[in-house]
Design a protein around this ligand. Sequence first.
Ligand code: SAH
Ligand code: SF4
Length: 350
Amino acid sequence: MSTVYDLSLEQLTDRLVGWGEPAFRAKQVWSQLWKRAATYDDMSDVPPPLRDQLAAELPLGVEVLDERTADGGATRKALLRLGAAGHVIETVLMGYRDRVTVCVSSQVGCAMGCGFCATGQMGLESNLTAGEIAAQVVWARREAGRLPDSTPQRLTNVVFMGMGEPMANYRPVRDAVARLMDPRGMRVGARHITVSTVGLVPGIERLSIDHPQVGLAVSLHAADDELRDQLVPPNELYPLAELEAAIAAWRDRTRRRPSIEWAMIDGVNDADEQAGKLASIAYRLRAHVNLIPLNPTPGSPSRPSGPRRIESFARVLEAGRVNVTVRDTRGRRIDAACGQLRLEHANRPV
Ligand code: SAH
Ligand code: SF4
C-alpha cells in the first residue's frame, strides 16, 4: 500500500473493522480525509490512539519537500514526496480571479522524450498510483485555504498537466479521476477535470468511454508530421491524421470541445505557415487553441517566441475562425514548467 488515498471506502472499512473499530469510524475518517482534506492530527473527532494507529499503519504518504510561491501567493508550487516508495513530483496550485486550478503529475518523469520539456529530459523513473495522484489534489484542497483574497480560496479545477504522460499510466489516472469525483468524497465535477496528452490515441479512446465528461487537451506543437516527429517523438507512432481522427471521435462521443496546446518556440513552430496548418486542423475539430510561450529549460537551447510573433500567429488562427487564447506564464519565476524544480533537486539528497 502506498498511501491511505489508495484505499476505497470499503477497503478502509475492512482495515478498521479488522482492528476492532466500528464501521462508522471508517466513514468518519474517510470523510475527513477526502471532504475536509484533513491530516490525522486534524481529526479531533477521532480518538487519539486510533489516530496514532492510522498514522503508523495507513500513512497519508504526502510530504512537502519544498514550496515556492509567486504572483503574490496566488501560484504555489510544491515538491511532494509521495507514498512508501518516496516518489518525488511537482504539484502546482494556481489561483485566478474566478477559479482555482491544481496541476497534477501522473508519473515521475516521462518516457515520451519531448526535447523542450524538463520532465522529458529526465526520462521515466516510475508511475504513480491512483492514490498518489489523488493525494496531490487533497494537498491542493488544503493549500487553497492559504491563497490570497484576490482569488477564491477553494479548489475548483484539476488539470493533468504536471509531470508525466497520463495516457502512458492510464489505469491509475482513470481510477484517480473516479476517486476525485466520488460523491461520498471530494465531489469534483467531471467537467472541472482536464487530462492533457501528447497524443496517445488508445488513451484518448479509452478516456472517452471511461470518463465521457472529463475534458481533453492535446499537446500538438506542430501541424505537419515532419516537424511533429522532431518535437514530439510519439508522433511517429500516432501521426497527425490518426491523432486528428481520434480527437474527432472523442468530440463526437463526448460532445465536448477539445483543446489544443501549442508551446510557442522561437524559430521552430511559430511561423505563420504552421499557424495556417493548425487553423485547418483546429477548425475541423472545433478545438480551442492555447498558445503557451515556451518556458526555457536548462537542458534545451530553445527559446520562447516573442510577443509580436505570438500575436501574428494568433491572428492567423483567428482569421481561420479558430478560438485562441495566449496562456499566461504563471510562475515562470518559480520554474513553473513542470519538471524543473524536480530536476533541480535530482542531484541533491531530498
Ligand atoms: N504529457 C502531457 C501532460 C504533461 S505536459 C502532455 O504533454 O500533454 C503539460 C503541458 O506542458 C503540455 O502541453 C506540454 O507540451 C507543455 N510543456 C512541456 N514543457 C514545456 C515548456 N518548457 N514550456 C511550455 N510548455 C511546456
Ligand atoms: Fe512527457 Fe508531456 Fe513532457 Fe512530452 S511534454 S516529455 S509527453 S510530460
